[in-house]
Design a protein around this ligand. Structure first.
Ligand code: ADP
Ligand code: MG
Length: 693
């Protein structure tokens, strides 16, 4: 399927010289591809910043605390005296002055080879003034004349993981660049630098701007990525329209029984959203609708009533959640209502095995299951529906177009409803979903009380624990969220474990723990114990972030709140304030609080409106808060940063629309180049929609 010219891009990086099986593992972690990272993944791992080594002053001209490259003659070595903790020192000079190069824990024979007395070496690093004397502690680079010729004037600095150094990444990237060819131009208005040339320039910058998201090279790549995304969506849409929908006309009988079984009445926005959905279902066009609703706004009921409508028409519905916890929780909410109405529901996740699984599959195929709730397991091969009419996808931003398509392909002209609890600014809706209709649940269910949100410095954690103790004694229930730590995959787990033990020490058996590495059954047990009130305090990693619903919980403590993005904090806070009790959210932060983090916490204190906070989040990111990690990036994008490249989106969209209008099967030379683009950015699921060409 994939054109041969792309094979080098998709080759495993273990084929590069110098990357053995030992480095493959950390590279896999770095590139987010355990198993087989490919050259492509490596090439799309762009520098986080650069170091400019072009300044070549004499010692007299050096500006302290800046990075410089000095030409020095080595005078003498003063090794660390035995038993001392002083650094190993090397004295050197140029014609304008002297400098001390200091090394901790240096090996003498190695040092003598690195800096031979009497010879000239080029030394790059940061010079400081120490007792009036120039000093450089641990130079970044020490090279001879030959090495100098190869020293990059501007050096990329990559995000790393444990077990990898900058040099590893740099060398691997260089090899990867040499192994991969330039590709035919696919942009309609070529920017003057090719795809491969742009990658090379970002990785091997000649100017600081070359490796910046603001520079023309990076912009080209970002545009490519956005174009690939928009093109895939446009193709998908063209295909969807081609394949006319089948009207599902409900009788209203099931829905009515469900509504009667509800312990509350629907909000105005819920009713409105349902009307729009029912109209879509009844029409002969296929539905592609986004249901946006803040946490706790009651999307699940809307989904259930939408499902009921197609079941009334004698067809089936599927509800897909991103995690098992959520799938089970949906089942728990839906089951009693479904039972009251006579709607037949089943659960299908990776955990249903053997006989039970076979029964569910048989039920789906025979049409005796009306609504199936599940995870990714739903669109695996072997899952066959009798007549799937509606696919509801919860928390869609966690799924790609790929999954949406896979689920929708389980039936004929399936109507798709996508639900998201992270309200998405309009620009982003276009990015992820293309031209989708959207319904918004802006109204909160009646009776919700505002959440008292407070920021507390982490050195006052003892007070927090003490007041938590009082609340637990009153029978209240609380979450304690432990931070996500990016640098090391297990440390977030350790932090949660440590906090759990700590709190156990105070509150004993009333404390539970749930985290992402637990087995499914353990997770369920922990959640169930908390939901039943057997445990009152649930220590959790961000697995509780989306959707988890325990209305009795009225306190949430979020540790290291400064590490979370605004939308994520809002999501987490939404775990409370779901019942009748007044709720509290405590944001524990480590001092000193950065400016952006401060504004984020301020916004959260000021508002509970997810739509407002989503815009605010985007604005704050736009102000350059990069957190230093990928966390703040936009899911699904490797190169494009919507804070910087958002304005390219409209153009990419227009170009994609024009392409599909002129050549909806991407035939011809330009079409062939565009197919390469779709493969490169792994939107090749869209290629499958095309006629062979
Ligand atoms: P989300 O939109 O976050 O998925 P849920 O569907 O989980 O929200 O609903 C949150 C809680 O609000 C649930 O306990 C649900 O039963 C309840 N709920 C939903 N709609 C209403 C309503 N109209 N009035 C009162 N409570 C409601
Ligand atoms: Mg939900």
């Amino acid at each position: 399927m994939r054109p041969d010219i792309l094979n080098p891009y998709f080759a495993a990086i273990t084929g590069l010289s110098g990357i053995g099986p030992k480095l493959a593992k950390p590279f896999g972690r770095l590139l987010g591809r355990e198993g087989e990272p490919r050259l492509l993944d490596l090439l799309m791992h762009l520098p986080a910043s650069t170091i400019d080594r072009r300044a070549r002053p004499t010692l007299a001209e050096v500006v302290p605390d800046t990075v410089v490259t000095l030409e020095l003659v080595v005078d003498r070595h003063v090794p660390t005296p035995r038993g001392s903790r002083a650094p190993y020192r090397v004295y050197a000079h140029d014609e304008t002055g002297d400098i001390v190069l200091a090394f901790f824990k240096a090996d003498r024979s190695w040092m003598e080879r690195l800096l031979p007395v009497g010879e000239t070496r080029w030394v790059s690093g940061t010079v400081t003034l120490y007792d009036g004397m120039h000093q450089m502690t641990h130079p970044d680079r020490v090279v001879d004349a030959a090495g100098l010729a190869k020293l990059p004037p501007i050096e990329p600095v990559y995000p790393l993981v444990e077990g990898l150094g900058q040099g590893h990444v740099r060398r691997a990237v260089e090899a990867a660049l040499n192994e991969t060819p330039e590709l035919p131009e696919w942009q309609a208005a070529p920017p003057g630098i090719g795809f491969h040339a742009a990658l090379r320039l970002v990785h091997q910058p000649r100017e600081t701007l070359d490796a910046s998201p603001l520079g023309p090279a990076w912009k080209r790549l970002a545009y490519d990525e956005l174009l690939a995304g928009q093109l895939a969506l446009a193709l998908l849409r063209a295909q969807t329209v081609k394949e006319a929908g089948r009207p599902s006309l409900g009788t209203g009988a099931l829905s009515e029984r469900i509504v009667r079984a509800l312990p509350f009445s629907l909000t105005g926005s819920q009713t409105q959203a349902l009307e729009a959905i029912r109209a879509d279902l009844a029409s002969k066009d296929r539905m592609l609708r986004l249901l946006q609703g803040d946490v706790g706004s009651g999307k699940t009921v809307v989904a259930l009533l939408a499902a009921a409508t197609v079941v009334e028409a004698g067809r089936q519905a599927a509800l897909m959640a991103p995690t098992e916890i959520l799938a089970r929780q949906h089942l728990k909410t839906i089951e009693p209502l479904a039972q009251a109405a006579g709607l037949r529901v089943a659960l299908l996740t990776g955990r249903e095995k053997g006989r039970a699984r076979a029964d569910i599959l048989a039920g789906l195929a025979a049409g005796v299951v009306d609504l199936v709730i599940g995870t990714h397991a739903l669109f695996q091969e072997g899952v066959v529906f009798h007549d799937l009419a509606l696919a509801v996808v919860d928390e869609q931003h966690r799924f790609g177009v790929h999954q949406r398509l896979a689920l929708a392909s389980k039936g004929e002209a399936v109507d798709v409803l996508v639900m998201t609890a992270t309200p998405i600014p309009r620009t982003l809706v276009l990015t992820y979903f293309g031209d989708m209709e959207s319904s918004e649940l802006r109204e909160k269910p009646a009776g919700r009380k505002p959440i008292d949100t407070r920021a507390v410095p982490s050195d006052r954690v003892d007070e927090v624990v003490a007041s938590l103790g009082r609340a637990l004694a009153e029978g209240r229930r609380a979450y304690w969220i432990c931070p996500l730590v990016e640098e090391s995959e297990n440390s977030d787990l350790q932090a949660a474990q440590a906090r759990f033990e700590d709190l156990r020490h105070w509150f004993g058996d009333r404390v539970g723990l749930v985290h992402g590495k637990m087995k499914g059954a353990e997770k369920d047990a922990a959640m169930a114990a908390f939901a039943a009130g057997e445990t009152q305090l649930l220590v959790a990693t961000t697995v509780v972030e989306v959707g988890v619903d325990v209305p009795e919980a009225s306190i949430i403590v979020i540790e290291h709140a400064e590490r979370f993005g605004l939308s994520q904090l809002h999501q987490l806070r939404g775990r409370v304030g779901r019942g009748d009790a007044a709720s509290t959210c405590l944001l524990l932060y480590r001092r000193p609080l950065g400016e952006i983090a401060r504004q984020r916490i301020e916004a959260l204190r000021a508002s509970e409106d997810g739509f407002f906070l989503a815009e605010e989040d985007l604005r704050l990111r736009g102000e350059g808060d990069v957190l230093g990690t990928r966390q703040s990036g936009f899911p699904g994008f490797k190169l494009a940063r919507l804070d910087v490249h958002g304005d390219l989106l409209t153009r990419a969209r227009a170009e994609a629309t024009a392409i599909v209008r002129n050549d909806s099967d991407l035939l011809g030379a330009h079409g062939a180049a565009l197919r390469l683009l779709l493969h490169i950015f792994e939107r090749d699921v869209a290629v499958k929609l095309l006629k062979a060409g």
